[in-house]
Design a protein around this ligand. Structure first.
Ligand code: NAP
Length: 218
C-alpha cells in the first residue's frame, strides 16, 4: 500500500487518479479548494481517502501538505496536478497573474518542499502534470504554456539532480495533450482523451517511474 498525495484532485484528471489509487487499496491524500468535492470523494472510499482543503497560492500551503503527510503516516508519491489556464486573447493581466501564482509559485513551493522531504526520508516519487503545451509558445494562452515550460524544465533539473547525487528519488514530468475537462479550452482541439483514459495512462507511466510521459501515448 502506497501513501500518495494528489494536489488538485477535486475534478478532472486528479480526481480520476485518486479513484484509481484508492480503488487499488492505497492511502490517498487529496486537496483542492472545493470542500464539497473532496468530501464526496472521501465518501466513495472512506478507508482510503483523506482530505485537506486549501488554495495552493496561500502562504500556508506547506503546512497543509505537512498535515496531509501526518494523516497518511508518511509519503511515497506526490503528484502536483493543480493547474489553471485560460484563453487570453487581449493578454488579460488577471489571467496571467493567476496562471503564474498557481502553476509556478504554488507549484515550486510544494515541489521544493517535497523533494527535500524525500531527501531527508530516504527517497520517494514526485510527479507533475505539466502539458504538451510546455514545448512551444502559444498566442492564445501565453502564460499557460510558459508556466508549463517552467514545470517541465524544473522537473528535468530535479531528475538530473537526484540521479547525479544517487538519491532514490524518482521524478516524472507528465505531459498530457487535450483531456476532456474544463481546462481544455481554445479552438481546434484534437485527439481529446477522457479524464479516465488519461489518468490510467498516467498511473501506468508512474508505475514504470518514467521521467517523462506523453498522455495519451498517441
Ligand atoms: N485538460 C487538459 O486538456 C490538460 C492538458 C494538459 C495538461 N493539463 C493539466 O492537468 C492538470 C489537471 O487539470 P484538469 O484538466 O484535470 O482540470 P480541472 O478539472 O480544472 O482540475 C484542476 C484541479 O486543480 C485544482 N486547482 C486549481 N487551482 C487551484 C488552487 N489555486 N489551489 C488549489 N487547487 C487548485 C482544482 O481544484 P479546486 O478548483 O477545487 O481548487 C482541480 O482539482 C492541470 O495542471 C492542467 O494544466 C490539462
Amino acid at each position: 500500500m502506497q501513501k500518495i498525495i494528489i494536489i488538485g484532485a477535486t475534478s478532472g484528471i486528479g480526481r480520476e487518479l485518486a479513484r484509481i489509487y484508492a480503488g487499488e487499496g492505497n492511502l490517498v491524500g487529496v486537496s483542492g479548494r472545493r470542500q464539497d468535492l473532496l468530501y464526496s470523494l472521501q465518501l466513495e472510499f472512506p478507508n482510503h481517502i483523506v482530505t485537506e482543503c486549501f488554495d495552493v497560492t496561500t502562504p500556508q500551503s506547506i503546512t497543509h501538505v505537512q498535515s496531509l503527510i501526518r494523516k497518511l503516516g508518511g509519503l511515497d508519491l506526490l503528484i502536483y496536478n493543480a493547474g489553471y489556464g485560460d484563453v487570453s486573447d487581449a493578454l488579460d493581466w488577471e489571467i496571467d497573474r493567476q496562471t503564474v501564482e498557481i502553476n509556478v509559485n504554488g507549484f515550486i513551493s510544494i515541489v521544493h518542499y517535497t523533494f527535500q522531504y524525500f531527501v531527508a526520508h530516504g527517497g520517494g516519487q514526485l510527479a507533475t502534470t505539466s502539458s504538451i503545451a510546455s514545448i512551444r509558445g502559444n498566442s492564445q494562452a501565453p502564460a499557460y504554456s510558459a508556466s508549463k515550460a517552467f514545470q517541465s524544465v524544473y522537473f528535468e533539473g530535479l531528475y538530473m539532480k537526484a540521479k547525479k547525487a544517487g538519491w532514490p528519488i524518482y521524478v516524472s514530468d507528465i505531459q498530457p495533450g487535450f483531456v476532456d475537462t474544463k481546462m481544455a479550452k481554445g479552438e481546434g482541439k484534437f485527439w481529446v482523451a477522457s479524464p479516465e483514459k488519461a489518468a490510467h495512462q498516467i498511473a501506468e507511466a508512474l508505475r514504470k517511474k518514467k521521467w517523462r510521459a506523453y498522455i495519451t501515448r498517441r
